[in-house]
Design a protein around this ligand. Structure first.
Ligand SMILES: [Zn+2]
Length: 308
């Protein structure tokens, strides 16, 4: 009898222990969003990220494993604003029937750069620039949306999600303050940058920098010779200090600018994907700090002090 009781007790114990460790299965569409979701979910969620570090989420190609993981997910978090053009097809193919949470819901959106209207890649994105995470204020909205969605699907962990979101919001607050104080070190007239695809319009409007990109909003097109010539003119006429590479796009254009216009290369910016874990932008917070440090150094670059 005692033996039977022991067995029943241990069975009950293992059952409750299992129930307590059952994690909410979450899928996030790309690496930057994945990090934000993980910050809020902590160890209460089991997260799968679709477009991984250093990969271009605009042209993501899902594997059969991605589809399988998606089918088993309890909640899917996407950026929205047309960023993940492939998500509907993937959701349909996987048979996922759950909720799709749009993290950017309620952010202040901006239209893509005027001068890129007419580029055909525009059709992918519609009339809104999807790269809203480059404004920290927008990411606070992402955090609120993700927190509420996690709590809704996993109410027993509401306190956990709320506490983690609150702590993360404080970190975002100090990040935002830090970025503003760093940019303030650069004289107004020097706040001009060239990048390889214009994903920095939110950063530009939030923090007061002009970004000029040789390509449209997405990355799957090549700049023509005329585009390059136009850029070189812009570099010279507007006295732009530095050009930047991005981790997910082709660096040929930037290298050509360096050769043809003797532009200073300001390093690599992370726009649409995190770096690998051992890189300088392995989290959203690190990405924003890295980009800001690179941009400030590039804009303050003084060719008189660096004779090649
Ligand atoms: Zn992009």
């Amino acid at each position: 009898m005692l033996r039977l009781l022991t067995i029943i007790c241990s069975l009950l114990f293992s059952f409750t222990a299992h129930a307590n460790t059952e994690k909410l299965k979450v899928v996030a569409s790309f690496s930057i969003l994945g990090d934000i979701v993980q910050q809020i979910g902590g160890d209460a969620i089991d997260l799968h990220v679709l477009a991984k570090a250093n990969s271009d989420a605009h042209v993501f190609e899902p594997t059969p494993y991605d589809a399988k993981t998606l089918a088993a997910a309890e909640i899917v978090v996407i950026n929205g604003l047309g960023f993940e053009g492939w998500i509907e097809r993937l959701v349909l193919a996987s048979g996922y029937k759950g909720q799709i949470v749009t993290a950017s819901k309620g952010v202040n959106t901006i239209a893509p750069e005027e001068e890129h209207h007419g580029h055909e890649e525009h059709d992918d994105h519609g009339s809104v620039d999807p790269h809203a995470w480059h404004n920290v204020a927008n990411v606070k909205t992402y955090v609120a949306n993700i927190r509420d969605a996690l709590a809704k699907h996993d109410p027993t962990n509401t306190v956990h999600y709320n506490a983690r979101a609150r702590a993360y919001l404080l970190q975002l607050e100090s990040l935002d303050t830090w970025i503003k104080s760093e940019i303030a070190k650069v004289p107004q007239a020097k706040r001009k940058i060239i990048t390889t695809h214009d994903s920095f319009q939110y950063y530009a409007s939030a923090y007061g920098i002009s970004f000029i990109a040789p390509l449209g909003v997405t990355t799957d097109s090549e700049a023509s010779a005329a585009d390059i010539a136009k850029l070189i003119d812009q570099l010279r006429n507007r006295q732009i200090q530095a050009v930047f590479f991005e981790n997910t796009s082709d660096g040929r254009i930037v290298r050509q600018l360096q050769t043809d216009a003797k532009a200073h290369i300001g390093g690599t910016l992370y726009s649409d994907a995190l770096s690998k874990n051992d890189g300088p932008a392995a989290s959203y917070l690190a990405l924003m700090r890295h980009n800001t440090a690179q941009l400030v150094a590039g804009m303050l670059y003084n060719p008189m002090l660096h004779k090649h």
